[in-house]
Design a protein around this ligand. Structure first.
Ligand code: ACO
Length: 430
């Protein structure tokens, strides 16, 4: 705790509040005793100025466009590391040694299969069910399959549950995809790396040999790294809030998936691609820019803007590079969607409205084009995001559970409804 304090005056009475300092980034005013001292709450819809927790996992400087996992810049991790190494880093705080990495990879790999009865769970869904609906249900249902890892007070059970979720998420995601297209489920093949295994479960069919394309596997692995954590975003805060009541981790992650589904959050990659398709050709861009700027039109440029980044999203830069790599590898010389995206970005970055509001492309702007080129339907985009973000959710959830000062999350409110009034019987109501 720093020696700095902050003083606020309420109804002429001054109250001194402690200031807490982090290693980098803004300090916070500790208002936890404010209500006791003043009888007032603070008011901050959307948590724009409220730190809900202390955390050592991920740091973002939105003005400078910086993203660090446990101190390491995202571009270095994406360039040199792999996704499971990033998982280890997020969970344990340090990059693994070679032996630790081999052990971790082995432990995750050993958990890739799901209970065979899960297959029957899937058949309860209509074929046209959105795969995110299936994911919310199936991940929540894991708690019904793995009773031996739902005691959150036991560190060993917490670790097993974490491994299970990281390992089974690709299997469930691939099953959701296969079910939607009427193809048989493909079981995991554990001599493949995490991402190659996922690609095979999605795109192999039993009738043919499937060879994983290493360029696509590396690109998808990098996409997973970019999505692995993003500090206290809406879905992560949802996971923490759900977990604060002591709910089991499978249920908490299911809550995170539900939150991620929304178009203002993880659903934006799907929405961004649909928008690019709707725009269709570069000549129609000015019309859509005008719609985005029109206060009376609810349309927004999807894949643009971010609550925290008021500069270019560092993930969007890596994503853009990955898009080009994937399209080159697949021999896609002219992708009309990419043409629209590049021109839309250039026009928006020069437009006064976007410049003034500091609206830059976010990670979702280019990810849809890449995933589509790899063969994923738009409905799977957010599922892939959920797959990658699972480790971040788990790391944040574990950090919360291990924090001795952790209490149930319980926001307060400013009540603006009817004051006290007496019940009127049905006969007396006019
Ligand atoms: N297109 C047009 N105008 C926009 C956009 C956009 N994409 N984003 C924000 N604005 C405008 C708003 O209308 C608002 O204008 P005003 O001040 O005149 O009222 C101003 O910029 C600030 O926007 P807010 O909605 O207040 O900002 P907030 O931080 O609440 O929202 C959000 C951030 C939800 C990401 C928003 O920028 C948005 O809806 N973007 C499109 C959806 C998207 O791409 N989401 C992905 C986020 S990244 C992720 O989840 C991985």
């Amino acid at each position: 705790m720093s020696s700095k304090t902050s003083t606020i005056t309420v109804d002429g009475k001054s109250v001194e509040l402690p200031v807490k300092e982090g290693t980098i980034g803004p300090s916070v005013i500790d208002i936890s005793k404010l209500y006791g001292q003043t009888g007032m709450f603070t008011y901050d819809p959307g948590f724009t100025s409220t730190a809900a927790t202390e955390s050592k996992i991920t740091y973002i400087d939105g003005d400078k466009g910086i993203l660090l996992y446990r101190g390491y810049p995202i571009d270095q991790l994406a360039e040199h590391g792999d996704f499971l190494e990033t998982c280890y880093l997020l969970l344990y705080g340090e990059l693994p040694t070679a032996a630790q990495k081999a052990d971790f990879d082995y432990r995750v790999t050993r958990h890739t299969m799901v209970h065979d009865q899960m297959n029957r769970f899937f058949t309860g869904f209509r074929r046209d069910a959105h795969p995110m609906a299936i994911m919310v249900a199936c991940v929540g249902a894991l708690s019904a399959f793995y009773h031996d890892s739902t005691d959150i007070s036991d560190p060993h059970q917490r670790m097993i549950a974490s491994m299970r979720m990281i390992a089974k998420m690709p299997t469930l995601a691939a099953m959701a995809y296969k079910y939607s297209i009427g193809q048989p489920f493909v079981y995991p093949q554990n001599d493949l790396d995490y991402t190659s295994n996922f690609l095979r479960m999605c795109f192999a069919v039993p009738a043919e040999e499937y060879k994983v394309n290493p360029v696509l596997s590396r690109a998808l692995d990098r996409i997973f790294i970019l999505h692995a954590d993003h500090e206290q975003n809406a879905s992560t805060s949802t996971v923490r809030l759900a977990g604060s009541s002591g709910a089991n981790p499978f249920a908490c992650i299911a809550a995170g998936i539900a939150c991620l589904w929304g178009p203002a959050h993880g659903g934006a990659n799907e929405a961004a691609l649909k928008m690019l398709e709707e725009i269709g050709t570069p000549d129609r861009i000015p019309m859509y820019i005008a719609k985005a700027k029109d206060k009376n039109d609810p349309f927004r440029l999807m894949g643009f803007g971010h609550r925290v980044y008021k500069n270019y999203d560092p993930r969007a830069r890596i994503m853009q590079k990955t898009t080009h790599e994937v399209l080159n590898e697949l021999g896609i010389k002219d992708d009309p969607l990419l043409d629209v995206a590049i021109e839309l970005e250039q026009i928006a970055l020069k437009d006064e409205y976007f410049v003034e509001k500091k609206l830059y492309p976010n990670i979702d702007f280019y990810s849809g084009i890449t995933l589509k080129a790899m063969g994923f339907p738009t409905s799977m985009f957010t599922v892939l995001f959920a797959l990658a973000r699972t480790v971040g959710w788990i790391a944040q959830w574990s950090e919360m559970i291990e924090d001795p000062s952790q209490r149930i999350g319980r926001p307060r409110q400013l009540y603006t409804g009817a004051p006290h009034r007496d019940y009127v019987t049905l006969a007396q109501r006019g």
